[in-house]
Design a protein around this ligand. Structure first.
Ligand code: PLP
Length: 370
């Protein structure tokens, strides 16, 4: 349960094996509190996306700060959360096939957690219902609506209503609400343009909500949102839940557009080779740092740029005098490029206060993409 705690608790971060993910415990709690404070006066609540941290200890802090539970992207993540005691979980994705829906029903039966997958086609409803019957449980579910991303989701209010009706009329399933995701708005780097796309997407979402309500069916959950859109989505009338995830750690990608959440997660890396004047090599590479959005940014010391990342090496160019003093064995800290995909490359977090390791948390949802 607690990998590699022995020998590191109470030690300085320079004693940790690297590459390693370091959580700044104080900043983590501040980020969690700040987002919780933002939602406290609003009609909408927060159900943070656990795909960012994949760690029940972080989820527990979010729930303790007032979150409704968590959102997950995959059943495997939901299993990691439910078996660790998180009681209410939205899976913002479709579950396909008998084996997968059986796992869901088994999870609900044996943990008693409320685990709500999305459906976006009649076959998904039928599969869920068959699993509910096989495992003698009632399965809650939400209907996903596409609002412009063209990923998951029913493609029209009429198609959504059909799915809502079949969930509501089932003896083995319950209709819990509608979900959508305005992820395409994040492609807009200009914040005014982004807000416009979010508003248009929410208008589309509310058309579907109204369509279902006008058919006489209550819609308890109306969920959407992200770290890059929560200020618009979270205030949109009719929305009940926001799924922001990355705010908890932050990353180089989001730092360019989202204010108020300093990084609580860093990648620690060690200098492994130093021969030339302006160049050194560390143990951070593509197997420990994702580059799908932007590369990591080395912040400590400053004055270093990444020239190249290979699987297990980074070649770094040294610009500042401080950086030029670095020697083999020295440690560097980087803000990760994309926190969600970087986390998925690691087994554990080293939780630190004032540079000292106070805990080690396993990333139990890591790799749980099935
Ligand atoms: C369904 C869904 N909801 C919410 C989010 C928002 O997450 P974040 O706040 O990390 O951008 C995502 C991100 O991919 C998502 O896929």
């Amino acid at each position: 349960m607690y990998p590699d705690r022995r020998g590191v608790l109470g030690r300085g971060i320079h004693e940790i094996d690297t590459p390693a993910l370091i959580i700044d415990y104080r900043q983590l709690r501040e980020n969690i509190a700040r987002m919780a404070d933002y939602f406290r006066p609003l009609p909408a609540d927060l159900r943070p996306h656990a795909k960012t941290h994949k760690c029940p200890q972080v989820a527990a802090l979010q729930v303790a700060a007032g979150a409704l539970g968590v959102t997950c992207a995959k059943l495997g993540e939901a299993e990691a959360m439910a078996t660790a005691g998180i009681e209410s979980i939205l899976i913002a994705n479709q579950l396909v096939g008998e084996r997968t829906t059986d796992r869901l029903a088994r999870l609900v039966r044996y943990t008693g957690a409320q685990v709500m997958p999305a459906v976006d086609a009649p076959d998904r409803v039928a599969e869920l219902e068959r699993a509910a019957i096989r495992w003698d449980v009632t399965l809650p579910a939400v209907v996903e609506v596409d609002i412009g991303l063209r990923r998951g989701g029913a493609r029209s209010p009429g198609a959504a209503l059909q799915l809502v009706r079949s969930l509501s009329s089932s003896d083995h399933l319950t209709f819990e609400g509608l979900i959508a995701y305005e992820g395409h708005a994040l492609r807009e780097k200009d914040l005014h343009a982004r807000a416009e796309v979010v508003t248009r997407s929410m208008e589309r979402f509310m058309e579907a909500v109204t369509y279902v309500e006008e058919a006489g069916i209550e819609v308890p959950i109306v969920s959407a949102g992200s770290t890059g859109t929560y200020t618009v989505t979270g205030n949109y009338p009719g929305l009940t839940e926001v799924e922001a995830g990355s705010y908890v750690f932050m990353d180089a990608n989001y730092l360019a557009t989202v204010e108020g959440f300093p990084p609580a997660l860093h990648l620690l890396t060690t200098v492994t080779t130093r021969h030339e004047e302006g160049l050194l090599v560390t143990d951070m590479g593509l197997k420990t740092a994702s580059v799908d959005q932007v590369p990591p940014i080395i912040t400590d010391p400053v004055g270093i740029t990444i020239a190249h990342l290979s699987e297990e090496h980074s070649q770094l160019l040294l610009e500042s005098e401080e950086a030029k003093q670095l020697r083999v064995g020295d440690r560097l800290k980087a803000i990760v490029g994309h926190c969600c995909t970087t986390v998925n490359l690691h087994d554990r977090y080293y939780v630190c206060e004032d540079g000292v390791v106070v805990d080690v948390w396993p990333i139990t949802g890591r790799g749980r993409s099935q």
